[in-house]
Ligand binder design. Sequence first.
Ligand SMILES: Cc1ncc(COP(=O)(O)O)c(C=O)c1O
Length: 370
Amino acid sequence: MIDALSDYYSRYNSNVHRSVHTLGEEATAAYEASREKVARFVGTKAQNLVFVRGTTEATNLVRFAWGHRSVHKGDLLVTTLMEHHSNIVPWQLLAQATGARLEFVGLTQDGKLDAAKLEALLGQSPKLVAVAHSSNVLGTVNDVADICAKARRAGATTVVDGAQAVPHMPVDVESMGADFYAFSGHKMLGPTGIGGLVGKKEVLEEMEPFHGGGEMIKEVFLDHSTWNDVPYKFEAGTVNIADAIGLGAAVDYLSELGMDRVRRHDVAILKYAIETLQRVKGFRFYGPADPAARAGVLSFNLADIHPHDLATILDEEGIAIRSGHHCAQPLMKWLDIPAASRASFYLYNSPEDVDALKAGLERANEVFKV
Ligand SMILES: Cc1ncc(COP(=O)(O)O)c(C=O)c1O
């Protein structure tokens, strides 16, 4: 990925879609080849993939370009208590702007979606159902194909936040049936500042543009403009060429490894981590106990040690954990904790890393006299 970035900047740094010179054509070909690869990787066609900055920009694109035309006063928007703020706040803002109301699907004690509450909300014919494919705190993997099918029968448009799923498991958006699917490159070995929004072609075509400016138009007159075809209608201005090409290289790497293997490694390391870390005094973790029902992350607390203190102690051992509210404050309130620590596992982590984390937690217990 780093070599792909460096190759672009050193050899054919040029803008895309506008120049007839050789460098411009090479950059355009590489950018569009990357779109093909990334689209294939998540099970869709290139024309359905909009390059965005990441999941947050993707949900906000949907909020403006779909929401402002399709959502009206009194409509119901549904999201869940396990969402990252980027799948809550855009819908709050949309509800405030349109007079719609926002309701949340609650959770069961083992950190799964409350199916009865979801059914009840679907019974009220929501306009939108927005749900995480996998939670960035609980690790829970939701059956998004089933949720999308039920939501579609209820007449709702679906937005699936795939930020924690695309890096960790095979994803096929078309068979899932989501209207929109969002993900971020930096969580899947790609560069920062690049991600994807997959949309159904007919839905993307009906939508308003998001940003206005260069390249998203067909023709501009003094009093109006007409829009470029999708996905270009949503890629105004100079796009993030280098990072899109870098994401393509990351996807090549992941595809070569095989996402089935990545997923198997994920489940194995989570199983080992749950078994191993539970032996540490005061350790309690959140989300499903079955590693096969989870992906990637293991959030926990250790006795009453504040996660920031724990992160500082582990940092001295060369162990980087995330600590805080994880951009999921409603979930923290539901769990009745101010914050949590999180080990975020990926394909480069080994059982030895888990052993090192266990030793670090034991040291923290000694320091805090747990
Ligand atoms: C589940 C989930 N959704 C959304 C996001 C937001 O992604 P980004 O910051 O790349 O827009 C994250 C990132 O932390 C996440 O874990």
